[in-house]
Design a protein around this ligand. Sequence first.
Ligand SMILES: Nc1nc2c(c(=O)[nH]1)N[C@H]1C(S)=C(S)[C@@H](COP(=O)(O)O)O[C@H]1N2
Ligand SMILES: [Mo]
Length: 460
Amino acid sequence: MQPNDPGRLRKAPENFLDADGVRTVWREAKAGRRDFVRAAFAAAVAGAGAAASPRAVAQPTNPVPSEGGDANILNLPEHSRGLGQPVATDGYGKPSKYEANVQRRMSPGLTQTAQASVSFAPLQSLFGIVTPSGLHFERHHQGWWDVDPSKHRLMVNGSDEKIVRKPMVFTMDEVMRLPSVSRFHFIECGANTGMEWGNVAVPTAQYSHGMLSCSEFTGVPLKLLLDLAGADYKRGRYVLAEGADGSSMTRTIPMEMVESGEVLVAYGQNGEMLRPENGYPLRLVVPGVQGVSWVKYLRRIEVGDKPYGTKDEVLHYVDLMPGGLHRQYTSIQECKSVVTTPSGGQVLLDKGFYQITGLAWSGRGKVKRVDVSVDGGRNWKTASLSQPVMDKCLTRFSLPWTWDGRPALIQSRAMDDTGYVQPTYRQLRAVRGTRSIYHNNAIQTWLVQESGEVKNVQLS
Ligand SMILES: Nc1nc2c(c(=O)[nH]1)N[C@H]1C(S)=C(S)[C@@H](COP(=O)(O)O)O[C@H]1N2
Ligand SMILES: [Mo]
């Protein structure tokens, strides 16, 4: 479609604000001030350099230069006249300085400590489905390490001598000599969107949904390592994965997942080695399963005949249900989606054309369909899905929309190839109550106000 009335959009405030600015947005969002975005933008415009300011983003594109002319097209800029820079000799490329505010960020809404342990990916600033490695979200239970790969070892053993006949210790070189596969998968922390359970309207998609990332992972199927070590798949129905950091991160993985060939012992992420924050030099990739099972700095796999019931399974990552029951061992990330544009913190500057776009995913398979509503779920239109649509991977959806300038309630609702449909908050709370932290996959609503400002709201 050829949009002949292009609407103009300001990006989320994170793109323009420094850390202090983000904290201000947060405080004002929490205080419920309707005009917090406007205030933040005033500050941002005053503070930012010309090229990075929202004004630059909002430049109208006139077919004919207006009276007096647009200096930016009439005058040859310096970079068209002089000699550019020689090849970048610092050995590793960086984003443009004008993109410096596209950052993963700690949530100013969480308790700030010297040892911050979560950062969120800036979903509202990203295109396609792959998260650049430097913007991948982080969650560290005991801080991150840059582990020396020449000293790193992976041990494969059994809970007794018979369950793994030939326990083995692999060096990185040995792991990397084996036949490898590369696959695109999302990773989502089970606590992603956790604050919304308590109806805390975090201001942007970064903080509501940013414990989510997607990469091409390269590694060896765990099944291959277990085969080499002579695992007994009749008795050995579970594996325990252990990380080499101080958090004693240990999780039970059912053997069916391993036998399917999906679980990877990965060293590659987006074409290069894993980043230290993401588990360098080795991490487990458990497609569809909540992030905590993707053990980083992976150093040991034990095969056993029953679930291990480790601290991160019985004490943590447990959901309090209505009636006081605890829900345990819920590891799969159910079908979910979020609109990233327009999303909280962004501002629509004009009526007219916008491309509504966002991300959908399911821990059970492929995204089959995404519907989008601009009236809070009364009417739905089916969005188009960008190809390829992959298994347990982020899927980009989009729908053209003409904003008439009146308030709109924007939602997306994903369905996966099992037929499961993403629930509303009302449906989710009817089953799960209000006291959970984990596994919130409810439909997200963004309110576009008449002013064009977009806010995080929940429909009851
Ligand atoms: N060894 C180890 N593995 C770990 C963790 C950890 O703290 N230590 N955190 C887990 C949690 S809770 C999540 S959500 C993911 C986060 O992965 P990322 O930091 O690469 O985004 O790693 C998981 N694996
Ligand atoms: Mo997590």
